[in-house]
Design a protein around this ligand. Structure first.
Ligand code: FAD
Length: 535
């Protein structure tokens, strides 16, 4: 069976590696077509900086210590990234200690109270001054944030109880907050909402209320009059991540993918071969044409193009020369790619606190409206604290990411510096910013966004339809968007690659079954040695 994989990102490489490891096909039967002149896709470590994925979102089982006695629920509890890192860990060492830098002891975006504030992992600024970590405005804003979330969750649960669950896919978090949450008292409350939007890679106006249903099971325990010591954020279970610390990697995210290049995979990658057309032929094979004019024929194709590229291909009209099912077309149209721009600014000296992993900046709604660029909150990763680099990484997502898309570098950089100056009370940051790199995943034709999420109106059936093979089972869809439990992550992409391998093996079994049946149908004196050897 000849297998073509489109895309050499985490999903494509994992699929290729699993297929060759299974020995179901030989390296000669495998072709990987990659549009860019590098492997990795949205994993891109450049000169020590991760321009795409950077975080291991929970290590899962404690690899190296507990991996032998934690086989139960393997799929959901073990981060597959750790298994890969284990392969390049020296004998006697532990993968987490060798490869990882533990930044936070849990999910900082979903659990600001315990993971950020109690561990002193964030310094906040407002109106030109740092906010004292003991300032009562912090617990008051956290309480307001969680109370508002609690109210929208109750509202979502009510709709469900009334049998109106489907509606929750059409109501945005923003609408529900406005309707149920009431006016916001503290501008800092919006910063915690901003963190949540960062985790989902989408603005509250794009997030489905559906995501917030059934998070709270015990109304008594989470009632609004909780005392100040209550861990409010434990009520919001981490979504799409694993147990354990959230970490970055000593050698960058690319070190997760390197083990997948062995066993003949690397030699099968054709770089600089964007696929521009594909079709299902009458003799049940798949033809792929690349921009360079190369033609490839395969018995099966694993397509790992990101959701945004699939949508482009569909709308273009001449990419899928054999039409896809209407369910698939609808699913592709309903998925959205979120924005997540990294504005990586190197300074000639460190003027910010060296210890906390994050800096948070807040300004009033009026100030952000009059500036007409960024919203009222800004999240900065302190790369000095995590990596010893004199660099601040501002992350622009949701509304800010959309605003920045397509804008020139200087405009984006200046908007971020203006915000920082205003919040921190500084007036001279521009000349000290000696380098600035801004990621452009949204504008890139081979990613068309940062990572997928279910936009308003998108239903679980769309996600299921996206996963279904087409063209008599020969066109297999893979990539992070096909794994709803973890969508938008490297681990989702790795899981999708494993699933794609299973689909290829099923197809192979089907073919072998058909070949045996054909042999069985033949007169008993006809024994074609070739066919028998396949069976
Ligand atoms: C800025 C940013 C930050 C992120 N942060 C994190 C993080 O901290 N942790 C985390 O777990 N995840 C993170 N993610 C998400 C993670 O990077 C992705 O979910 C994952 O890498 C997707 O892998 P994939 O193989 O599904 O897709 P991709 O990596 O996009 O691979 C698809 C491949 O297909 C290729 N391709 C596209 N079109 C064609 C074509 N026509 N012909 C041939 N090849 C084509 C592309 O070039 C690409 O190499 C982040 C993503 C971004 C952009």
């Amino acid at each position: 069976m000849r297998v073509a994989i489109v895309g050499a990102g985490a999903s494509g490489l994992q699929c290729a590696h699993s297929l060759l490891s299974s020995k179901a096909i030989t390296p000669e039967q495998l072709t990987i077509l990659e549009a860019r002149d590098r492997i990795g896709g949205r994993v891109h470590t450049h000169e020590g900086y991760d321009l795409g994925a950077a975080w291991v979102h929970g290590t899962g089982a404690d690899w190296g210590r507990r991996n032998n006695n934690n086989k139960k629920n393997d799929y959901y509890h073990n981060n597959p990234m750790m298994k890969l890192l284990q392969k390049t860990t020296p004998v006697g060492a532990l993968a987490d200690q060798h490869h990882l830098r533990c930044v936070c002891n849990g999910n900082p975006w979903m659990r600001p109270q315990s993971v950020l504030h109690q561990a002193s992992q964030i310094q906040l600024y407002q109106n030109g001054d740092p906010i004292d970590p003991a300032d009562p405005v912090i617990p008051a804003s956290l309480r307001e944030h969680y109370t508002r979330l609690e109210k929208v969750t109750k509202y979502g649960n009510q709709l469900y109880a009334q049998g109106r669950g489907l509606e929750t896919a059409h109501v945005s978090l923003q609408e529900a907050l406005q309707q149920e949450g009431g006016p916001v008292q503290h501008s800092l409350t919006l910063f915690y909402q901003h963190l949540l939007e960062c985790w989902y890679g989408a603005a509250a106006s794009e997030l489905q209320l559906c995501e917030f249903i059934d998070e709270l099971n015990d109304e008594e325990e989470h009632s609004n009059d909780v005392d100040d010591d209550h861990q409010w954020d434990t009520t919001y279970s981490p979504e799409g991540d694993f147990y354990g610390p959230h970490c970055t990697l000593q050698r960058g995210m690319i070190s997760v993918l390197e083990p997948l290049l062995c066993d003949g995979v690397q030699e099968r990658v054709h770089l600089g071969e964007p696929v521009i057309r594909m079709s299902h032929t009458e003799n049940d094979t798949i033809l792929l044409e690349t921009q360079r004019g190369s033609l490839f024929e395969a018995d099966c194709c694993v397509l790992t193009m990101p959701a945004g590229c699939l949508r482009d291909a569909l709308r273009q009209g001449n990419f899928f020369m054999t039409p896809l099912s209407s369910e698939k077309q609808e699913a592709i149209e309903f998925l959205q790619m979120g924005t997540y721009k990294k504005v990586m600014m190197t300074f000639d000296h460190i003027f910010w606190p060296t210890e906390p992993a994050f800096l948070g900046m807040v300004r009033s709604l009026e100030a952000s409206e009059s500036s007409k660029n960024l919203g009222p909150s800004l999240l900065l990763d302190n790369l000095w604290a995590s990596q010893g680099k004199p660099c601040i990484e501002a992350v622009l997502f949701g509304h800010d990411g959309t605003w920045a898309t397509g804008k020139p570098d200087e405009v984006i950089r200046d908007a971020v510096l203006d915000f920082m100056e205003e919040a921190m009370g500084k007036s001279d940051l521009r000349p000290h910013c000696i380098d600035c790199h801004i990621t452009r995943w949204e504008e890139d034709p081979y990613s068309r966004g940062a990572y997928s999420s279910m936009k308003l109106g998108c239903l679980l059936r769309h996600a299921e339809d996206l996963r279904q093979p087409e063209w008599n089972g020969r066109l297999i869809f893979s990539g992070e968007a096909t794994i709803t439990e973890f969508e938008g992550s490297v681990h989702a992409a790795l899981f999708s690659g494993m699933n794609a391998k299973d689909n290829v093996l099923r197809l192979l079994e089907r073919e072998e079954g058909a070949a045996s049946a054909k042999v069985a149908d033949q007169p008993s004196n006809s024994s074609d040695p070739k066919i028998l050897s396949i069976a």
